[in-house]
Design a protein around this ligand. Structure first.
Ligand code: NAD
Length: 380
């Protein structure tokens, strides 16, 4: 029998205890230690699980010979230094989303993990959920036809974060789902938003991701909404899906509806759009907790020495996108174009601006400026 993977969790705030519960429920894995700088949080988790060893110094976790893997659930600005120390100490490392505060930090972590042959995983939790896996299966089977656009809303009152804005806090969920469904990276992003409650920390943002072939996705994120909303619509040329993550059952519904133009007409009187209204149906979903599945995937990747579905590279993609969104936010929503090597990229204007072309500034300057502002991340 193989020795179970021994794990330590860093961070016992809001999300850490959920990871502790998920890891505790796994076989082939032994949760040994939890660590938090805040002794009250540490006492809270150790009272729930008296068999756990509690530490206040992360270094002691990194130097423990009997710990194989470290799970990091601390504020975003600490992800990079903690993950770097963990990887350099030879521990497989799981980092909560978003992976770090800049793409340079992500690249360095990927490099260390590759050099040391360690598993580096980022928790893009929703990709492990049954509704998202079902949506991807339906899209890949071609059942929706051509995807025309995706619209996502993740809104609620609070939880206000102090070190990241709402785009860096909530939009990673939508971004990871959208990139997974479409299987490609956008050519440009634009983002507008406002900070109403905490100065310089935007609590409401609207983001558009512009993809090749006239496809786009919009993401609305807010900590200021009276109602909690977690809704995504995927509009295809043949069918459409509405995904409502707040429903306990029936989270996704597929609508067999579409609009077609008549193939040929001679007079205006002959012209009629044809509206197709077919059935709508709700596929059966096997309900399993996505966080538990993500943790199990991490352990399996360690045991089989394989690359996670959401590894460092997917984490880096997310940060590149968020950096672009932050740069656009600072330009009052002007689009930020990705992948321009000559430094004077031309990107189409935001959705709704028709064919207006907006010249985005030299991406190097924007990146420098964005770095100075620590992207959407403010240091408090
Ligand atoms: N995957 C998801 O759905 C999901 C949901 C919520 C939060 N998160 C992520 O989890 C992470 C933590 O978020 P949270 O809401 O739990 O934050 P939190 O502020 O509630 O908790 C963070 C904890 O980390 C501790 N901490 C800070 N620096 C530390 C250090 N250097 N060493 C040890 N402990 C340290 C703090 O004392 C605190 O108890 C964030 O990256 C967040 O984006 C992910």
């Amino acid at each position: 029998m193989k020795k179970p993977v021994s794990v330590g969790v860093l961070g016992c705030g809001y999300w850490g205890p959920l990871l502790v519960r998920a890891i505790k429920g796994l076989s082939h894995c032994r949760l040994k230690t939890v660590c938090d700088l805040d002794i009250a949080r540490l006492k809270h988790v150790c009272a729930l699980y008296p068999d756990l060893e509690g530490l206040t110094d992360p270094q002691r976790l990194f130097t423990a010979c009997d710990v194989d893997a470290v799970v990091i659930a601390t504020p975003v600005k600490s992800h990079y230094p903690l993950a770097k120390a963990s990887l350099l100490a030879g521990k497989h490392t799981f980092i909560e989303k978003p992976m770090a505060t800049s793409s340079q930090e992500c690249e360095e972590l990927i490099d260390i993990a590759e050099r040391k042959g360690l598993v580096l995983m980022v928790d893009h939790t929703f990709l492990y959920s049954a509704p998202v896996q079902k949506i991807v299966e339906i899209v890949q089977a071609g059942d929706l036809g051509e995807i025309r656009y995706i619209n996502s809303r993740r809104l609620n009152l609070g939880l206000f974060q102090k070190d990241i804005n709402v785009a860096w806090d909530l939009a990673p969920h939508d971004i990871s789902i959208i990139l997974h469904i479409l299987g490609e990276f956008p050519v440009a992003v634009n983002c507008q938003g406002n900070a109403h409650v905490t100065p310089q920390v935007e609590d409401v943002t609207n983001m558009s991701l512009i993809f090749p072939h006239k496809r786009f996705a919009t993401i609305q994120s807010s900590w200021l909404e009276p109602r909690k909303i977690r809704e995504m619509t995927i509009v295809g040329s043949r069918r459409m899906i509405v995904y409502d993550d707040l429903r306990t059952r029936e989270k996704i519904r597929i609508y067999d509806v579409r609009v077609e133009r008549p193939p040929h007409y001679d007079t205006f009187a002959e012209f009629h759009y044809s509206y197709h209204y077919g059935d709508s149906y709700i596929p059966h979903l096997q309900q399993e907790e996505p966080l538990a599945l993500a943790c199990r995937h991490f352990i399996e990747c360690i045991e089989t020495n394989s690359a996670p579905m959401t590894g460092g590279r997917q984490g880096l993609e997310m940060i590149r996108l968020l950096e672009g969104a932050s740069a656009s936010l600072k330009m009052n929503g002007a689009p930020f174009a990705f992948g321009s090597s000559n430094g004077s990229a031309l990107a189409r204007g935001p959705i709704g601006n028709g064919d207006r072309l907006v010249q985005s500034p030299n991406p190097k300057t924007v990146r420098r400026r964005a770095r100075r502002a620590r992207n959407g991340v403010t240091i408090v």
